[in-house]
Write a protein that binds this ligand. Structure first.
Ligand code: OAD
Length: 234
């Protein structure tokens, strides 16, 4: 009987909502250099370029075309109806899990709709574009605001909470992530090493696929609702 579940989601869970993944042939990392737009060094070198990259992502996320899909909705339903504990850990910076109703949620790579001031460290909401002229509403400094996103070389957020849940869970499920970016790609080993069952739901097998007990390949909008119904009827 499963009582504690940790779910890791990646870009694949939002793909059917119209948000590009990173490593597909038409993915974000084919048109942008990671070190230019997703590293602290890139931001120091050309903050305007980095702001533009995330401003584009934010505008798209807030456009009327982008909505949560059946996979996000099913995961929110699981949290609401499951008798045990569910922690959803997402690498995604969109807010589609929240829009679907998930609340037990960790954004380990940050959030597109938040900004952080490098001067006073305040984290606040943002829906408009950011620029080098943006002024922090807390400390009034200029050119100190950055997207609240974890870049390459930076520490993912809330790691102690995530690791504790991974070591206590009896089921770990990875959904729509390619298994290329650590530490998230190592969660399967951490959970399995402590006796958890492990399941991958993905369009294509991930780089860490052989570490999972079970794998189902297909669209998240189909696989996730099916799996949620199975778990709720156990
Ligand atoms: P990737 O682009 O690396 O992988 C997306 C995964 O989703 C692949 O395994 C696809 O097969 C799968 N996929 C695509 N469409 C799907 C669908 N409709 N249903 C199910 N699966 C689908 O994205 P991530 O693994 O999330 O980090 O990338 C991890 C991190 O790398 C991101 O958080 C980001 C990136 O660099 C930072 O920017 C720090």
């Amino acid at each position: 009987m499963v009582s504690k579940v940790v779910i890791l989601t990646g870009a694949g869970v939002s793909a059917e909502s119209g948000i590009q993944t990173f490593r597909a042939a038409d993915g974000l990392w084919h048109n942008h250099r990671i070190e230019e737009v997703a590293s602290p060094e890139g931001f120091t070198k050309d903050p305007a370029l980095v702001h533009q990259f995330y401003n584009d992502r934010r505008r798209q996320l807030l456009s009327a075309d982008i909505n949560e899909n059946a996979a996000h909705v099913a995961l929110a339903k699981l949290e609401q109806h499951f008798a045990g504990e569910v922690l959803l850990v997402t690498q995604n910076i969109d807010d589609l899990h929240e829009r679907a109703g998930s609340t037990q949620l960790v954004h380990m790579h940050g959030e597109l709709l938040k900004k952080r001031c490098l001067g006073c460290e305040q984290i606040t909401a943002v829906t408009d574009d950011l620029s080098v002229e943006s002024v922090c509403e807390y400390c009034n400094s200029t050119a100190q605001l950055r997207p609240h996103i974890v870049w390459f070389g930076e520490m993912p957020l809330q790691m102690p909470r995530i690791e504790k849940a991974l070591l206590q869970c009896d089921l770990f499920v990875s959904i729509g992530t390619s298994g290329n970016v650590y530490p998230a790609a190592g969660y399967v080993q951490l959970a399995a090493g402590n006796g958890a069952e492990t399941l991958e739901l993905n369009l294509e097998a991930s780089a860490t696929n052989s570490l999972f007990d079970q794998c189902r390949l297909g669209l998240a909008s189909k696989l996730v609702p099916e799996w949620v119904e199975e778990l709720l009827s156990q």
